[in-house]
Design a protein around this ligand. Structure first.
Ligand code: BYC
Length: 335
């Protein structure tokens, strides 16, 4: 929808990048001066592509991320918890739509992006390919997954691309509520019966390592980081954000009386940071290549939902076409 009002010239952007170092220098200067890049501004083709890649992956993550939580809507332990979870899942849908709109300002359509997801050609966050086996998993998603998401997304509020940065402000406010509802679930379980505490501990053991993987590969293996940092799309590296998350979360786990499932976890008093044991990157790459515990299930559910929504899209298009025709007829009659 946003694309209609844009001046789109993707090809000339790419060509100019090759031909016109002056334009490129001007672009970089603008970024260095912390001035936002807006949809109709000239931008290098690679900047545009990086943003489309990241924003669309982010949008897909929000939409697919509704599934593991949706699994517990009918089994939430109280009406209050059910309402909170329902509101949270609706927020995720809103974030997805908001982000698809931000991506559209770069000259791709939402349909194109959704098609890529449904065809299995697009990535979404690795974390949503793990199952939610107990109610404690819903707590872990809020406390840890949303906690990791906030750590990553607060700096995105200062991303150099205006529409993405502005979208992130609303998203981060809502993520903060999500994180708190998750922490509250886990805190309640930890203050409950031994069986409830054991449920929370078991969930932490299953979610801890996948949450650390959410931040992406180590900096030395992160192919996009250098350029994204230079262009101020990213403000912190993957490892820096992961470290901030661990530093914030370890004391919370201790407060809750939970054990982080990492025998090598230690506090480095000189650096002032917690240091974890090695992350299993084989698992991470298997998951992002489509071979995690739930990848197939997630895509199948998404394709099913898309198919079931076909009649709504068709009805909305027919309604819009009829109204446009009526408006055109009225305008012709009045002329
Ligand atoms: N999962 O060069 P790198 C949420 C890929 S939604 C899958 O470091 P980059 C929520 C990466 O795409 C949270 N793939 O990449 C929703 C690249 O592959 P391609 C989602 C990953 O982009 C509902 C390759 O690995 N948040 O919180 O510089 C309910 C090399 O990586 C992952 C966002 O999307 C991963 N975890 O940095 C509850 C935030 N990590 O594209 C909660 C926006 C890496 O070359 N995204 N890859 O095929 C970002 O900040 C960055 O894209 C990343 C990766 C830090 C994730």
């Amino acid at each position: 929808m946003y694309t209609q009002s844009l001046i789109l010239d993707r090809k000339s952007g790419d060509a100019a990048e090759l031909e016109d170092p002056e334009r490129l220098a001007h672009f970089q200067r603008r970024i260095d001066e912390e001035r936002k890049i807006e949809p109709n501004d000239w931008m290098p083709g690679a900047y545009r592509q990086t943003l489309v890649r990241q924003i669309s992956q982010h949008a897909h993550s929000e939409i697919i991320g509704m599934q593991p939580e949706g699994n517990w809507l009918t089994r939430a332990p109280s009406l209050r918890r059910k309402l909170q979870l329902l509101a949270k899942i609706q927020d995720e849908a809103g974030h997805g739509l908001y982000l698809y709109s931000a991506a559209e300002t770069l000259g791709v359509s939402r349909e194109e992006l959704v098609d890529q997801l449904l065809a299995g050609r697009a990535k979404y966050s690795s974390i949503f390919n793990y199952p939610t086996l107990t109610w404690a998993d819903i707590g872990m998603i809020g406390w840890l997954v949303d906690g990791a998401a906030i750590m990553n997304q607060i700096p995105l509020c200062r991303c150099s691309y205006g529409p993405y940065a502005r979208a992130m402000i609303l998203v981060c406010k809502e993520e903060s509520f999500h994180q708190r509802q998750g922490f509250d679930i886990v805190r309640t379980l930890c203050a409950g019966t031994p069986a409830q505490r054991a449920m929370a501990q078991d969930a932490l053991e299953r979610w801890w390592w996948p949450c650390l993987m959410m931040f992406g590969p180590h900096d030395r293996d992160s192919e996009h980081s250098d350029l994204s940092m230079r262009w101020k799309i990213k403000r912190f590296s993957n490892d820096d954000l992961r470290r901030k998350f661990v530093d914030a979360t370890v004391p919370q786990a201790r407060f809750l009386g939970l054990d982080i499932p990492d025998p090598e976890l230690r506090f480095d008093a000189i650096e002032g940071h917690w240091v974890t044991g090695p992350i299993d990157w084989d698992e991470f790459f298997a998951v992002i290549q489509g071979n995690g515990p739930c990848n197939r299930e997630r895509l199948a559910a998404r394709r099913g939902a898309h198919e079931q929504g076909r009649w709504v899209r068709e009805a909305a298009s027919a309604y819009a076409a009829r109204h446009a025709a009526a408006a055109a007829a009225a305008a012709a009659a009045a002329a």
